[in-house]
Write a protein that binds this ligand. Structure first.
Ligand code: 6PG
Length: 248
């Protein structure tokens, strides 16, 4: 299905097919880069099936684990033992079983406040990237995974919050979340997330239909403002698709 001017919308049937399609897209990006790779993961429930799939064959053997680095696009400000921690969810689903520990880059949430954690993560990203300014010709990430919340947020960029307008910083603290869990967050900003070869949204389940209707209508929501400097794909499960988009 054709998307609007900045994204490709791909429809699949069911969450298993969605995870498979996302895994194939990630594998294609990995195959296209013979150097060190960076993948920015997302939290929430949508990517869990994909993460579990990456730890199973045939995907696991197709990933050159030693040269793939894993970052996280946003973090709930809870400790690493808390299952609500986004990177902890990803670690349990696949990273701990597959990736070298040195290639897993969590946002620190202990012994710092969200602003300090954001500053530290920004330095981690800049040191990995080798510069403190983003070069449009050199994407920070190969793939950025994203989800969309019921209010149109993505990562921890909530509608009308100042973080959405940030143009200089790569990572910022967010004092209060707009949705559950109501804990402070740390989030990458739009320019940092945009610095990628491919941004990949996963949207599944009928409970996403209302927000997807607003997104596809082009409403000014964080999920619509988030786009890759390269390509942006929205992988959508049919159950989440608004009536008027079905069969297109
Ligand atoms: C988080 C996220 C957030 C998430 C959306 C969708 O920390 O909650 O990174 O942006 O992707 O809220 O969440 P679900 O996949 O659970 O619907």
């Amino acid at each position: 299905m054709a998307g609007n001017d900045h994204r490709h919308v791909i429809t699949v049937s069911g969450s298993a097919a969605l995870a498979k399609m996302a895994a194939e897209r990630i594998l294609a990006r990995i195959a296209a880069n013979h150097d060190r790779l960076a993948i920015c993961l997302t939290g929430g429930s949508s990517p869990k099936q994909l993460y579990q799939l990456l730890a199973t064959e045939p995907y696991r053997s197709r990933i050159p684990w030693p040269r793939v680095h894993w970052f996280i696009g946003d973090e709930r400000f809870v400790g690493p033992d808390d299952p609500r921690n986004n990177m902890t969810m990803a670690r349990r689903a696949f990273l701990d079983a597959c990736a070298p520990a040195a290639n897993i880059h969590p946002i620190p949430t202990e012994g710092v406040n969200p602003d300090e954690a954001a500053r530290r993560y920004e330095l981690i990203l800049q040191s990995f990237y080798g510069a403190d300014r983003l070069d449009p010709g050199k994407p920070l990430f190969d793939v950025v995974l994203m989800g969309v919340g019921p209010d149109g947020h993505t990562a921890s960029l909530f509608p009308l919050y100042p973080a959405i307008a940030e143009t200089g910083r790569w990572v910022v603290g967010v004092a209060e979340a707009h949705v559950e869990p109501f804990v402070p967050r740390v989030t990458l900003t739009l320019p940092a997330l945009a610095s990628c070869r491919e941004m990949l949204f996963e949207v599944a389940g009928s409970e996403k239909r209302a927000i997807l209707t607003r997104v596809l209508a082009g409403e000014n929501l964080p999920a619509n403002q988030a786009r890759s400097a390269g390509e942006t794909f929205w992988l959508v499960d049919e159950a989440a698709l608004p009536e008027n988009f079905r069969g297109q």
